[in-house]
Design a protein around this ligand. Sequence first.
Ligand code: SF4
Length: 407
Amino acid sequence: MQTLSNPPANATPETTGVDTSIVRRKTRAVPVGDLFIGGGYPVAVQSMINEDTLDIEGSVAAIRRLHEIGCEIVRVTVPSMAHAKAMEEIRDRLIKTYKPVPLVADVHHNGMKIALEVANYVDNVRINPGLYVFEKPKSDRTEYTEAEFNEIGEKIRETLEPLVVKLRDQNKSMRIGVNHGSLAERMLFTYGDTPEGMVESALEFIRICESLNFYNIELSLKASRVPVMIAANRLMVKRMDELGMDYPLHLGVTEAGDGEYGRIKSTAGIGTLLAEGIGDTIRVSLTEAPEKEIPVCYSILQALGLRRTMVEYVACPSCGRTLFNLEEVLHKVREATNHLTGLNIAVMGCIVNGPGEMADADYGYVGKQLGYISLYRGREEIKRVPETEGVQELINLIKADGRWVEP
Ligand code: SF4
């Protein structure tokens, strides 16, 4: 499996002189309840409940369910004034029966009054620049003059100002959440249906916030097409660098769908940017129960070494040299050890390439000869044991090292 042209799979800073850790883009820390997004804080995991916010009991239960499995920020949809008012009760019940949960309210078309109300009860308000001041498209329009463009810009400023002031005075935050699929018509006419149009939409809102001394801003530029989402976020970072802005980014691929492809699509978009150091909070949007999104988020973060929430397993794909049923053994090892967060465990099929390719595993289970495996601590071979006792002996070794905890 080892190739000559690439550094070995177990390359570490010590062996190659290259630091393989991701250098995250420097951003300001933006508060969402008792958490911060950006500013070097761990990449936060978020999701959104599906319940109607008017169903107070159902919403409280759904928020709690998500929070308990690791969703650190929960978003709710607030399409009307009644929904906005319901958030007061939802927040209070969470505090009384559970604990405060960082809450984000999503407001939609012409949502200024709703946003102003809900800003009293949540930690962050998400607005969509394409919908916040919504002008019905005119079918006979072929262009926007500069005067028309600026006139709507003025209307946006007037509408946004009270919300910005309210959030600023409470030290709360705002997400300026641009969606490729809902750009304002005047942006479409001026910049096209492009990443540029998405970035300019965000910048227009940022400038209004900054003119009011409000900087608790996070940004998202989402699209259902992964290349568009990646290009928009890269361009946003470039423009922010040019303008001396350091707002954190929320990453996500919208309408990713479900199942394996939905997860791969989200990972392709979110993972690519995270690997470049871009991104401070993520949401994987699946057409499935929101609880299903959280493990995907953590897997992306763990795979990139950005957060450690589970055991990291290294296993070879097996080949003609494999000396035992690798799939079965990996399954058994995982069953026995998957509660030991923070450990690296390798399961390798043979002694020829296994030890060299175990990366920087803390423990290794390696095929030695027919019927026997070797256990490793780091790179040191500790003992040879019959394969039938392999998993138990691995547990014994971890116990002897004082690194075992009961499940
Ligand atoms: S059995 Fe050995 S050679 Fe084959 S894939 Fe596994 S480690 Fe590589």
